[in-house]
Design a binder for this molecule. Structure first.
Ligand code: FES
Ligand SMILES: [Fe+2]
Length: 363
């Protein structure tokens, strides 16, 4: 199904199992998927089980310091190898103890004649893994373009914020299940149009809808921004299919969406900030995350229940049929996402990067 990028998505896109299956194949198994932040596996031997679409993947820090992504399914009878964060040099299956090194090579097969198993033919498949400013993405698709190409349009804007020097905190990330299609959740995170109506007390007083503007973007990645009450503009980066991050003057806050099925998704939130965070921002971040203790933020942002409610309401309405309405200029990032869907699902070449005039659009 080819979508009209200038209109809202049709309801069928939020409920149809056939469309969901096509998305799993072409997007979640065919594109880059955010899995965690790099601090989740800092030391050689660190292992972290993650799910990419429907594929169990083992993210690990090899002895040489490189991140690797292996299939987390034993090459014998397919048992899940690692089911919680761990640190070991080798990976041993809990079922019959087939043992692999950190490159996925099969090292030993207990209780079998020496030539019973052709070991080089039964290694764990490896996948693409790349880190971008401490954000770790995995792709099951060996042909996926490098992240530097994918995010090139937003890179100059991100660079100014010094994200590499900020501390990601994987121990403070939290995940919720939302009763809505993954696209409802990520589109909601991308656009700033709804702030005044959905977040009149939590976000609008701080980052009003009328201050939001488009900077640059395409199907690959989009940067938008907005004026805030503190006088520092924020920068919001939308990285389809499932990642949105917002930079303010002291912190980077993000939301990542991963599908569960056609009508449910998992929404994860996290933050990174540098030691220079001002007291003002620290209290703002603390509000966002509800709790602040020992120099760290915990919990879910205060605006998130409002987003969850409106997205789940969208899903409740998606049982019917309607003629998709037009997008307004402030929603240009939603159109970029429509182009992303057409590109990944239907092979439609996306339009070139669009950059707003110096004054920004809607500014
Ligand atoms: S299933 Fe892993 S060793 Fe048998
Ligand atoms: Fe929102």
């Amino acid at each position: 199904m080819v979508f009209d990028p200038d209109s809202a998505l049709p309801h069928v896109a939020f409920r149809d199992p056939a469309i969901f299956a096509a998305e799993l194949d072409a997007i979640w198994h065919g594109d880059w998927v955010f899995v965690t932040t790099a601090d989740a596996a800092p030391n050689p031997g660190d292992q972290l089980p993650v799910i990419v679409g429907r594929q169990p993947v083992l993210l690990l820090r090899q002895q040489n310091g490189e991140l690797a992504a292996l299939s987390n399914l034993c090459a014998h009878r397919g048992t899940l190898l690692v089911d919680r964060p761990a640190n070991t040099k080798r990976i041993q299956c809990p079922y019959h103890a087939w043992t692999y090194d950190d490159g996925g090579r099969l090292l030993s097969v207990p209780h079998a004649p020496r030539d019973a198993v052709d070991k080089p033919a039964h290694c764990l498949p490896t996948y693409r893994v790349e880190s971008w400013h401490g954000l770790v993405f995995v792709s099951l698709n060996p042909e996926a373009e490098p992240l530097a190409e994918r995010f090139a349009a937003v890179e100059p804007h991100v660079a100014a914020y010094g994200l590499d020097a900020a501390a990601h905190r994987s121990d403070q990330q939290e995940t919720q299940e939302w009763a809505c299609n993954w696209k409802l959740a990520i589109l909601n995170a991308m656009e700033s149009y709804h702030l005044f109506r959905v977040h009149p007390e939590t976000l609008e007083p701080f980052s009003p809808t009328k201050g939001a503007y488009y900077i640059t973007g395409s199907a690959r990645a989009t940067a938008t921004g907005g004026a805030t009450s503190s006088g520092h503009d924020y920068l919001l980066i939308s990285l389809p299919p499932g990642f949105v991050g917002v930079f303010n003057s002291a912190a980077f806050l993000w939301q990542a969406v991963h599908p569960i099925d056609a009508e449910r998704c998992a929404v994860r939130t996290g933050a990174a900030w540098g030691s220079a965070s001002s007291t003002h921002w620290r209290s703002r971040i603390a509000n966002w995350f509800n709790r602040w203790a020992g120099g760290a933020a915990y919990g879910m942002p205060d605006f998130l229940p409002e987003d969850k409610a409106i997205c789940e309401r969208g899903q409740r309405g998606a049982i019917g049929d309607f003629a998709p309405g037009p997008l307004v200029p402030i929603e240009r990032v939603v159109a970029d996402f429509g182009h992303y869907l057409n590109w990944r699902l239907n092979g439609v070449e996306p339009p070139a990067v669009h950059t707003a005039p110096d004054t920004g659009e809607n500014r």
